[in-house]
Ligand binder design. Sequence first.
Ligand code: HEC
Ligand code: HEC
Length: 395
Amino acid sequence: MRLEASLAIAVALAATLAASGACGGSLSISVPDGQADASADGRPAAAWPEHVYPANSCAPGGDGSYVAQAYPTLDAYCMVSLVKGQPTYGAGIVPYDLNTPLFSDYAAKRRAVYVPPGKTAKYSATEVFDFPVGSVLIKSFGFPDDARKPAPVMRWIETRLLVRVADGWKAYAYLWDDAQTVATYNPGGGALQVSWIDGAGTKNEHGYLQPSQTQCQQCHEDTGKVTPIGPKARNLNRDYAYDGAKENQLAHWAKAKILDGAPADPTTVPALAVWDDAAHFSVEQRARAYLEVNCAHCHDADGSASTSGLFMWASEKDPLHYGVCKEPLSAGGGVGARTWDVVPGDPDASILWFRMASTQPGLAMPQISRDVVDKEAVALIREWITALPKAACNK
Ligand code: HEC
Ligand code: HEC
């Protein structure tokens, strides 16, 4: 099992670790020169003319002014902070997990949702839930010092927010400092270096690409506007250990009165496959779930890759749409003699597999926010293509 899943249990035990001082470990993060346009107090100078903080005491939601602009530092939202090395949330904020996540250079992730008191998100069976103004979705990215430890020391790199404003969503990113005490608004993104030891004891040193604010929209796009991606019934339909007590997430959201209209019985709601759970899902289900969460937000009729004609929702029934014997409309450079996105039975001849296994600019897919190859997923997609009923693709 990969990092994200195995860590879920391990880091829950990390409460014994010191909050900040213990975060040295073998992990080093460096921000390239010129990335942070810092003023004397270390905060980016141009991003905000004046520092605006909520007028009242620190309660999630504050005076609501967070819907108008990004705060200079994450603490001002009173929503998430690092306590004993773990993202810890303000009152009423509900942590959640997904059946199948986005791959982000092997980072471990934590997610949570805030819905203003007295309001609810509206359930949808197929689309992202409709969140009320003032809602905030919170996602933190980090690496363990050594994933073999029962309670690895986490080095959190960034926390991303999606904030629901009157006419849509705003996407903001915050970069954690080395001391793990302050996260500063960082709209420019950047390339970082991470070093960590995985569950097999291998030391990994590689890049981590923090997307810029303009790149957020390339993935979080629905007909030209920013939109959340994860909070859909099928990807949320799973159990989560709330303070040790397991409960279905959809049932919990309804009980917490942040979700309205969900079916009373979550077993009647479809669930997306868990991409790395071979015990419960077929290769086909896992491959299609992975492609949905990692590709379909761009590769669908309303996404930024709509013109590719390659549509990767797991529910897509037409094999041609998800690439089988499909000639690319824009193949990127250097696909060699490969002619089709997916050639049944032949991953080496399949452009889709080849571009996932690449890190070359202009070729790699996804083309942003990925510095290293997702080896386990590339193996899964290989297995899936190999097992597709053999058929000759014809021009
Ligand atoms: C390469 C595509 C990609 C880029 C770039 C990207 N995201 Fe996301 N993001 C996703 C996907 C896919 C999910 C849902 C799956 C998950 O959470 O693992 C997600 C989830 C989130 C979530 C949790 C709520 C949700 O929509 O599921 C937040 C908050 C978020 N992203 C913020 C941002 C911000 C802010 C940026 C830019 C700094 C950004 N993202 C850039 C693909 C991307
Ligand atoms: C951030 C948006 C984005 C994400 C995420 C993304 N793609 Fe793409 N993809 C594009 C764009 C834009 C094009 C067209 C330009 C090009 O070919 O480089 C494209 C083209 C392609 C093509 C050529 C397709 C054709 O038929 O024209 C393949 C194959 C492909 N992507 C595979 C993938 C796979 C597999 C994933 C997920 C693992 C993925 N992409 C994720 C934006 C994205």
